[in-house]
Design a protein around this ligand. Structure first.
Ligand code: CIR
Length: 260
């Protein structure tokens, strides 16, 4: 499941400092954010992924977060319909890139919306978290598109105050989810082991498993120890600047295993 072969990322544009955020706070520092992004890309490459780095787009400050406008699998890609008005054009920006790489590219038509950050792919199903960015009409359309790729989508709830479903949870392994306190009893995780993110390390919930390693915010020592107790090495990365615009490690790439 985590054995990705390919990834797409997008370089940050200078406009990224004006990226969306739910609460007022300092802008990210552009140079430091670029350094975080570069370290992330190097890490993916170091883990053996073939990474395509797309050119920065000044027009779309948040376009560095390529996870949101699409969903990709070895079987094909789905271009999503983003709810945030300043991000809506990112789907059309990414679409030709996916058309070049995937034989099957499906497109949400709307009127519903869905963000990739709300979608957690499990072994046997794809969870779609309803949030301020993903509505029921969008989730239902996505379920029918997923079915065309042979996948089963299921609707879940994102607790209030959490931007995306995956802001609050991520996988440690195929059976184990690492989730914020308000999500640990989510019926969406029935049959799975759920491990609670330690208080004070809420931003550690968005981490990223790639092959046999997990990329995590370097400073989340308690969370890293929990993950490592599952026998999975963690790779610590700085997430301070992207955290200022409400993002974490999953947001900066699209990942898939190419079908041979
Ligand atoms: C936004 O609000 O859309 C961006 N500033 C952050 C997007 C984070 N993406 C993600 O969690 N997948």
């Amino acid at each position: 499941m985590f054995d990705y072969s390919h990834a797409i990322v997008r370089s940050p544009a200078a406009s990224v400092v004006a990226g969306l955020r739910a609460e007022d706070g300092p802008d990210p520092d552009f140079e430091a954010l670029c350094a975080e992004h570069a370290a992330y890309v190097r890490t993916l490459e170091g883990l053996g992924l073939h990474v395509t780095q797309l050119a920065a787009s000044e027009e779309f400050p948040d376009s560095i977060f390529v996870e949101d406008p699409a969903l990709v699998f070895g079987e094909g890609a789905i271009v999503l319909n983003l709810a945030a008005p300043s991000r809506a054009g990112e789907s059309a920006l990414l679409s030709p890139v996916l058309e070049d790489r995937f034989e099957t590219v499906l497109h949400m038509q709307g009127p519903g919306h869905a963000d990739g950050g709300d979608i957690l792919v499990l072994r046997d199903r794809v969870l779609i978290g309803l949030s301020n960015r993903t509505d029921r009409a969008g989730a239902e359309e996505l379920i029918s598109l997923l079915a065309r790729l042979g996948k089963r989508g299921e609707i879940a709830e994102t607790p209030p105050g959490i931007l995306h479903f995956k802001t609050g949870c991520s996988l440690i392994d195929e059976e184990t989810v690492f989730a914020l306190a308000p999500m640990v009893n989510s019926p969406a995780f029935a049959g799975m082991r759920v491990v609670e993110v330690p208080a004070g390390e809420e931003k550690a919930a968005n981490k990223l498993r790639i092959r046999d390693s997990i990329l995590m915010g370097a400073e989340f020592h308690k969370s890293r120890a929990i993950v490592e107790s599952f026998g999975i090495p963690t790779i610590g990365l700085s997430v301070e600047q992207i955290g200022r615009i409400d993002a974490g490690l999953s947001c900066m790439s699209l990942r898939w295993r190419e079908k041979i």
